[in-house]
Design a protein around this ligand. Structure first.
Ligand code: ARG
Ligand code: ZN
Length: 475
């Protein structure tokens, strides 16, 4: 699906043309590709540029679901660009590139591609300031047949994986392009607008409306960038190590409110524990948002969002350990391809094992053995490969549970000291970068000095129940 720039152009004509083009001194600027070549999501991300910073300045009216304003994107061209794409589904009113009006067109095939043609082509290495102005009702906008924007009775949520950005800001929507953010959202006074990072300021510039200004100073993936508007109890606190710790609880949590607080308020303690295993916490703030508007939880950078369901039967620090483990595995180190999802979910699930060990609710050995024993060999569970589960199975239990068994198998094979050294080194060398599974395996082999090909082949890449559990117990 990926349209390569020159190859794509040549492909439209004849093979011989590409031969003629190769080596031609002044090749014409080419269009950026419509995707980065992700095996599961061919339209995700775009080619030809790299974003450094996003500045969102928006207004949102819950009663009409009208989102309007502008996003300013600071990018650098990575090739000579005649035009480039952004991933975006909302109605655009104008686009400017380097202060000049640019031509633009939104895809009509429901793929959520915004094509921008600057008045002057961009040169490789050139920076550009792209201003996209827009106004639309995101809950009515379908991309790939659905909307990830969740309208709630008193607001809305832009919280989803693998995609949520295209319903509220134009972006290079793939976890390989990380950027810093300023997110400013004006909402009516009776609701809050929550997002990532630090709450820099709340301002009032016209009666009845409050503008919430959020800032993420560490590189952040598009899908980890979130917005939650609605009636929330917002608590601004500070972690023991002096970072902003902002939590928010939906006004309609009802009987789950106590359990949600008893879990999410312990985020700094859980984070400190995980930092003792994974290395320093990578970000400048912490927090959590509990809402009835979603049924899952998501590791939004610095401030995960928890569906209230997680707290329906009492406190659940396991889910907090999972989402906080993602701050390292998923957020600090992002995915090179969506098929590498094990690098996120296997390790976040293992964060739950570690926290369980810490709280005396079961050792990693016990939890791993339980999962291994629970699914008999004929269970379809063993047919989904954690290392490439397929688009439809991206969040299958096998990615999480068998994924955690794979991590445990590594720990058992190399011993605790080496195991945690591997995880900490991974976090250092891949800080604010994307990564793919073979890179992790190579690092594990290098640090342990052990051949680990067979182990990962067994646990990640081979269908069927492995003959022995990670602890070495036969089935
Ligand atoms: N990464 C999330 C978690 O494991 C899963 C999100 C699943 N996405 C969804 N739309 N249900 O915490
Ligand atoms: Zn997860």
């Amino acid at each position: 699906m990926r349209l390569k720039t020159r190859a794509g152009f040549a492909g439209l004509t004849a093979g011989v043309v590409s031969v003629l083009l190769v080596g031609s001194a002044a090749a014409a600027p080419a269009p950026g590709s419509i995707g980065v070549g992700d095996p599961y999501y061919p339209h995700a991300g775009n080619g030809g540029y790299d974003v450094g910073h996003y500045d969102l300045r928006l207004s949102y009216q819950p009663s009409t679901d009208l989102l309007s304003g502008a996003t300013t994107i600071l990018l650098t061209a990575t090739q000579d660009l005649s035009r480039f794409n952004l991933d975006f589904g909302l109605k655009v009113t104008s686009v400017r590139v380097n202060n000049r009006p640019a031509q633009f067109a939104t895809s009509t095939d429901g793929t959520g591609e915004l094509t921008v043609t600057p008045s002057t082509p961009l040169k490789k290495g050139q920076t550009a300031t792209v201003v996209v102005a827009y106004a639309d009702t995101p809950s009515k906008v379908k991309i790939d047949g659905f909307t990830a924007w969740k309208k709630t009775p008193d607001g809305a949520l832009a919280v989803d994986e693998p995609q949520s950005a295209a319903w509220w800001f134009p972006s290079n929507d793939h976890p390989t392009d990380l950027a810093t953010y300023d997110i400013s959202v004006e909402v009516p006074n009776d609701v809050a607008a929550l997002s990532n990072g630090t709450l820099v300021r709340k301002t009032v510039q016209r009666p009845g409306w409050t503008r919430w200004n959020w800032r993420s100073t560490k590189p952040q993936a598009t899908y980890l960038t979130s917005l939650e508007v609605g009636k929330f109890e917002v608590n601004e606190q500070t972690t023991p190590d002096g970072k902003p710790f902002i939590t928010a609880y939906g006004a309609d949590l009802g009987e789950s409110l106590g359990a949600a607080k008893a879990s999410i308020e312990r985020t700094p303690e859980i984070t400190e524990f995980l930092a003792s295993k994974f290395g320093p916490y990578p970000f400048e703030a912490q927090g959590g948002v509990a809402t009835t508007g979603i049924t899952f939880a998501l590791e939004n950078q610095t401030r995960p969002v928890y569906g209230a369901r997680a707290f329906r039967s009492g406190s659940n620090t396991s889910v907090v350990a999972h989402e906080q483990a993602h701050q390292w595995f998923g957020d600090n180190v992002t995915l090179g391809k969506w098929s590498d999802i094990w690098l996120n979910e296997g390790f976040a699930s293992y964060g739950e094992f570690l926290w369980s060990e810490e709280t005396g609710e079961g050792t990693a050995d016990e939890l791993a053995q339980y999962i291994y024993d629970s699914a008999p060999a004929e269970d379809p569970f063993w047919q989904v490969l954690p290392a490439d589960p397929g688009e439809a199975n991206q969040f299958h239990a096998a990615v999480y549970d068998r994924g955690a068994l794979a991590v445990h198998a590594l720990r058992k094979a190399v011993g605790d000291d080496t195991f945690f050294r591997i995880l900490q080194t991974w976090q250092q060398v891949k800080k604010s970068k994307s990564a793919v599974i073979p890179e992790f395996i190579a690092l594990a082999e290098k640090i342990s000095g052990k051949p680990l090909y067979d182990l990962f082949q067994t646990w990640l890449y081979t269908k069927g129940k492995p003959a022995v559990s990670p602890n070495g117990t036969p089935a």
